[in-house]
Ligand binder design. Structure first.
Ligand code: SF4
Ligand SMILES: [Zn+2]
Ligand SMILES: [Zn+2]
Length: 309
């Protein structure tokens, strides 16, 4: 005899461990939407007439982000969804992911905006890595800093009011723990800026699926047959994150709810900081005019180094 869905009694296809719910496919979707709606409302992430740039990667997290927002925003006819993908220029990886993102957006009847590193920075990530060879800065350092800038510039060009990114609960908990273990609590505050308290000069960023676990995301993409690209990036070398991931997965398995508790702790830390401490102030980069913690922003100093090669 099949196991029944805890919500409606139909045959269950998925066990959500942290709520101990057994769910049929329809209830997996409806409870996911419910949770994302709650996150959005709790932090007032989105407005009823927003142009929302949705940062896609071609992977499963942003596929779920887009699909879920597409469903939720059916109730808000004045909202516009603008799927956006940044092509860093990683051969055999991002080009494949781009195909998956095109497939996904076409299924939903949306146009995909594609921007690439070469047009923003004059070089693809592959070219940067080749030119630099073995340096203390790995590919991910360039990629992370430059992609953040590329998303912000593209979102401004597209007149987006807000950028939604596909960080899931596991990503968030890992990042929080990594910052904790490096003693970098200010970064926890920086990455928890709310829509209402953005860094001046940047398009506000929100993470609507930050309370959806990776397991839920895998189940969602599997049952809804969402197209996504799953191969790892050839440059991925995040040994430290992998250690933390393993540790947190073990803890979550032993004590379901651990990941969410870590997320909540970081939100309280950020709130306490905002109330009691002056937030780290941002100056303006003297070269490009974007917000920066020093005279020259990271992007400009990276580009200057690259030009000096
Ligand atoms: S693994 Fe590193 S290089 Fe690859 S996409 Fe992610 S940040 Fe960029
Ligand atoms: Zn059900
Ligand atoms: Zn700059």
């Amino acid at each position: 005899m099949s196991v029944e869905c805890s919500k409606c009694g139909k045959p269950a296809v998925y066990l959500r461990r942290y709520t101990a719910e057994r769910l049929c496919q329809a209830c997996l979707v409806s409870t996911t939407l419910q949770r994302v709606r709650r996150t959005i409302n709790r932090e007032k992430m989105l407005h009823e007439d927003d142009r929302i740039a949705i940062a896609l990667s071609g992977g499963k997290d942003s596929a779920v982000l887009l699909e879920v927002l597409f469903r939720i925003e059916q109730d808000f006819p004045n909202v516009e969804l603008i799927p956006l993908i940044i092509d860093e220029g990683i051969e055999g990886y991002r080009d494949k992911a781009l195909e998956a993102a095109r497939h996904l957006t076409a299924n939903l009847g949306l146009d995909l905006e594609v921007r690439n590193f070469s047009s923003f920075f004059g070089q693809s990530l592959d070219e940067i890595v080749t030119a630099r060879g073995e340096t203390s800065l790995g590919a991910c350092s360039y990629c992370g800093v430059l992609r953040r800038r590329a998303i912000n510039t593209a979102a401004k060009d597209l007149a987006a009011d807000v950028v939604a990114t596909g960080h899931n609960l596991d990503d968030e908990a890992q990042t929080i723990m990594m910052n904790m273990m490096r003693g970098d609590s200010r970064r926890i505050v920086r990455t928890n800026r709310t829509r209402e308290n953005p860094i001046g000069g940047l398009v506000p960023r929100v993470k609507p699926i930050k309370e959806i676990s990776e397991r839920d995301i895998v189940a969602y993409t599997h049952h809804l047959l969402l197209p996504y690209h799953d191969a790892p990036c050839p440059y991925a070398a995040e040994a430290y994150r992998n250690d933390i991931r393993e540790f947190l997965n073990r803890m979550e398995h032993k004590r379901p709810g651990t990941l969410l508790a870590i997320l909540r702790s970081s939100e309280s830390i950020a709130e306490a900081f905002e109330q009691n401490t002056a937030l780290p102030s941002f100056k303006t980069c003297e070269t490009c005019g974007d917000p920066s913690s020093s005279k020259m922003c990271k992007v400009c100093s990276m580009l200057e180094d690259l030009r000096a090669e």
